[in-house]
Design a protein around this ligand. Structure first.
Ligand code: CA
Length: 483
């Protein structure tokens, strides 16, 4: 694959040096939502939540149905796709910047700066604490060298005036609305601009206008929305499609569902430990979806500005999330789990002139750095651990890998997801348990096949593949090697 990468990068350099160089270089508009499961978007099949603005990007671009994050919570996922290295290559498993491990190597937007781009960040691209960091409006685990200019979008989060309820750990209903990583729904007074994401969209609109005024300088603009991350806070006007909350259908509950899941694989947030009854569970779904609808409206503002400033024809648009989210599947909630709803991400890449498509190839968020570099005619550094998937935009039937890889350090968990199978192990030697799901016969992942004679060889093969994958990603050019 390395040689293919070299060839492709040589070809794009050739293209840059030929007549094609006279066409304007592409800009990159990277829009990332926080804690967004693909299952909540209408373009991925959700029938309750309408997301017309994200759907419009999908209608023009390539929508990936098997895109996976590399870490199932903010810190490791964002450090990974921005740096181009897997979490276990850098050891960036928590909520800190990966810069100490990366040294002076260029991260994603920094690579573009080094090749003549203007790179701007609005709000959360690297990790920021939500809601705490957003309430303060600080930089979080950001990396200054990645940006020409950067802006934070301070917001009231759970303190926004309105009608709020704490759903989690509140069985008697006496707990007030609280902050932190807590399931809270607030139907807020006021308009979009009260909130962090409203301010993020407005700043992005302003920056696009400024960029359009400097047509000779290509740009890389990162726009990070914090919804639908908890607290589920949005203006009241976004709630009516999701009311009454009781109308929401919860995912199928199967008796004994947890019996064949290793202890480490039971998610850190469950209906049980959050003490959420069915009413609260349904409200959690409705509140989450209202936050998704609000975030989608902000995406619409940014896309309208791209169009109104005449930037649509030479800007690559990417829409994604840092990881997925459980909305009650297996009575799991939130992130961390390595099941598909949490490890899978929505991913849309739209490049003007390329035909709209749906692509089922297994792709990783870490592929975005090499892919955009290739599409923009920049060199693709050999050291990067993702793949250039730009060929999939021309041929959505092509394949770039046989399995996607993701980790949940909080569960000591590792996932290999092939087209037909999901293999999860806990512990690097799998000593804390294994899971195998037949994704064709059992897409909801109810039956763990580990231990069944018919699948012994398959489990052993996946375990060997996992050992090889971990060794390969640690065989890298970084100076500071984690254990
Ligand atoms: Ca997140």
């Amino acid at each position: 694959m390395k040689s293919l990468k070299t060839l492709l990068s040589a070809l794009s350099l050739f293209a840059a040096g030929s007549g094609l160089a006279e066409t304007k270089p592409y800009n990159v508009l990277f829009i990332i939502s926080d804690d967004l499961t693909y299952t909540a978007l209408s373009c991925y099949g959700n029938e309750v939540c309408q997301t017309p603005h994200i759907d419009a990007i999908a209608a023009k671009g390539t929508r990936f149905t098997r895109a996976y994050c590399q870490g199932t919570y903010c810190g490791p996922s964002r450090a990974s796709f921005m740096s181009g290295y897997y979490p276990h290559a850098t050891g960036a498993l928590g909520y800190k910047s990966p810069r100490p491990q990366i040294g002076d190597r260029a991260m994603w937007s920094q690579h573009f700066i080094q090749h003549g781009y203007h790179a701007a960040r609005v709000s959360k691209i690297f990790h920021m604490g939500v809601p705490g960091g957003i309430e303060k409006g600080d930089h979080g685990a950001d990396d200054a060298a990645c940006w020409t200019e950067r802006y934070n979008s301070k917001g009231p989060e759970w303190r926004a005036p309105g009608e709020g309820e704490t759903l989690e750990g509140n069985p008697d209903g006496k707990r007030p609305v609280v902050g932190g990583n807590t399931f809270v729904v607030v139907e807020a007074e006021g308009d979009d601009m009260v909130h962090s994401d409203g301010k993020t969209a407005a700043k992005a609109v302003e920056l696009l206008k400024e960029r359009a005024a400097e047509p000779d300088k290509p740009f890389w603009l990162g726009v990070g929305f914090v919804r639908p991350h908890v607290p589920f806070v949005a203006p009241k006007s976004y709630y009516p499609p999701f009311l009454p909350y009781d109308k929401h259908e919860l995912p199928e509950k199967v008796p004994g569902d947890w019996d064949d899941i290793p202890k480490r694989g039971i998610n850190y947030k469950t209906s049980k430990n959050m003490k959420m009854d069915l009413r609260r569970q349904k409200k959690a779904v409705g509140g989450y979806l209202a936050s998704v609808a609000f975030m989608d409206a902000q995406v619409g503002k940014v896309m309208a500005a791209l169009r109104d400033n005449g930037l649509e024809d030479n800007t690559i648009v990417i829409f994604t999330s840092d990881h997925g989210y459980h909305l009650g599947e297996h009575d799991f909630w939130a992130k961390v789990s390595l099941h598909d709803e949490s490890s899978g991400v929505p991913l849309i890449i739209s490049v003007a002139g390329k035909a709209p498509a749906v692509c089922n190839s297994l792709v990783e968020l870490m592929d975005l750095y090499p892919t955009t570099a290739a599409l923009c005619g920049l060199p693709v550094p050999e050291r990067l651990q993702g793949e250039d998937i730009s060929a999939l935009l021309d041929d959505p039937q092509a394949m770039v890998r046989d399995a996607a890889f993701s980790v949940a350090p909080m569960q000591r968990g590792f996932l290999l997801r092939s087209a037909d199978w999901a293999y999860i192990q806990h512990g690097e030697d799998a000593s804390m348990g294994q899971q195998l799901y037949d994704m064709k016969a059992d897409p909801q992942q109810f039956k763990n096949l580990v231990g069944e004679d018919a699948h012994k060889e398959r489990v052993a093969a996946f375990k060997a593949q996992m050992t090889a994958k971990l060794a390969a990603l640690r065989d890298n050019d970084l100076d500071k090697k984690p254990q």
